[in-house]
Structures are given as structure tokens and as C-alpha cells.
Design a protein around this ligand. Structure first.
Ligand code: FES
Length: 161
């Protein structure tokens, strides 16, 4: 968000803080598309209610929830896991720094595991670069850990049909 937008959105002295936000306000404050908010809502990550004119309204805690969603997505956490994590927070309460510390600690374990898996994959790929054999016997990408050898000899992957 630009400085001009921040200045425009700043609360002026004597001005009261409105408790509910329109979808456009949330989109602008979070720097996301309105369609992204609709998508998050359809996946159960955020929630809103409707006015009598059928317009969406959000409570202010949605701002930090969307920030958490964006950060988690940027580290590759699947939306289903983000939803589960957000579901552990009390409804309608703005997530605190303590909440974030707890959620991010859980995701760090996931991230470490994915880094280990990708490192193993990269190491296997190294031997394949420039090869191209894709052999079930020799290629560590086709047959990681030689899984076929553990199941016996012969053409194990051919169907009987
Ligand atoms: S492509 Fe030959 S070892 Fe993987």
C-alpha cells in the first residue's frame, strides 16, 4: 500500500473507529483482490455477514487473518492447513502476536520437512542431469530408494489386465 493510501486510511483525532468493513475496504487495506477475499471465504478461511441490502461486511479481525493467510501462502502452506490453524482461534477476535507465534511454530516444522524432501529430490536430480535414461533400475528419480527391489523380482508394475 502506498503512503498516500496509508494517510487516507489513517484515523483522524476525534474520529471513531467503525467496527465493520466492506469487502472493498478489506481488499484495499490488505492489498488483495476482492475475488481473493471471496475465494478465502468460500474456503472457510474468513467469514462475513450480509447487510439487509445483501452486501458483505467483515469484522476488523479479518485484516490480521488475511495477513496471516498471505504470509502462510507465501511459504507454501496449503489452504486446508491454514483453515485448520485459523479455526483454532476464537471467532471474531483479532489474532494476537502470541497466536501468530503459535501458528508459525507449527508451520515451521512443515517447512523444515518440505525443505528436507526438496533437498533430497535435488540431490537425486543431480545424477540425472545430462543422463536421460529414466531407467527403473538405475534412476533415483524413477525408483527412489529402489522400492521395486524390496517388493521382489520381475515386472512388478505391469497389470494383469
Ligand atoms: S535419468 Fe538416468 S539416472 Fe536418472
Amino acid at each position: 500500500m502506498t503512503k498516500a493510501k496509508n494517510d487516507k486510511a489513517a484515523i483522524q483525532p476525534g474520529q471513531s473507529i467503525r467496527r465493520e468493513l466492506t469487502v472493498g475496504e478489506v481488499a484495499e487495506r490488505c492489498d488483495v483482490a476482492v475475488s481473493a477475499l471471496h475465494f478465502y471465504e468460500s474456503k472457510g478461511l474468513i467469514s462475513s455477514w450480509r447487510t439487509s441490502g445483501n452486501q458483505r461486511r467483515y469484522s476488523r479481525d479479518v485484516l490480521r487473518r488475511v495477513a496471516i493467510i498471505k504470509v502462510a501462502q507465501s511459504t507454501g502452506i496449503p489452504l486446508a492447513e491454514i483453515r485448520q490453524a485459523l479455526a483454532t482461534l476464537p471467532n471474531g477476535r483479532t489474532p494476537t502476536a502470541k497466536d501468530w507465534a503459535k501458528l508459525s511454530a507449527g508451520w515451521r516444522e512443515d517447512l523444515d520437512q518440505r525443505i528436507r524432501q526438496l533437498t533430497q529430490l535435488r540431490d537425486r536430480l543431480e545424477g540425472c542431469i545430462g543422463c536421460g535414461c529414466l531407467s527403473m533400475d538405475n534412476c533415483p528419480l524413477r525408483n527412489p530408494g529402489d522400492q521395486a527391489a524390496e517388493q521382489g523380482r520381475g515386472a512388478l508394475y505391469l497389470s494383469e489386465d
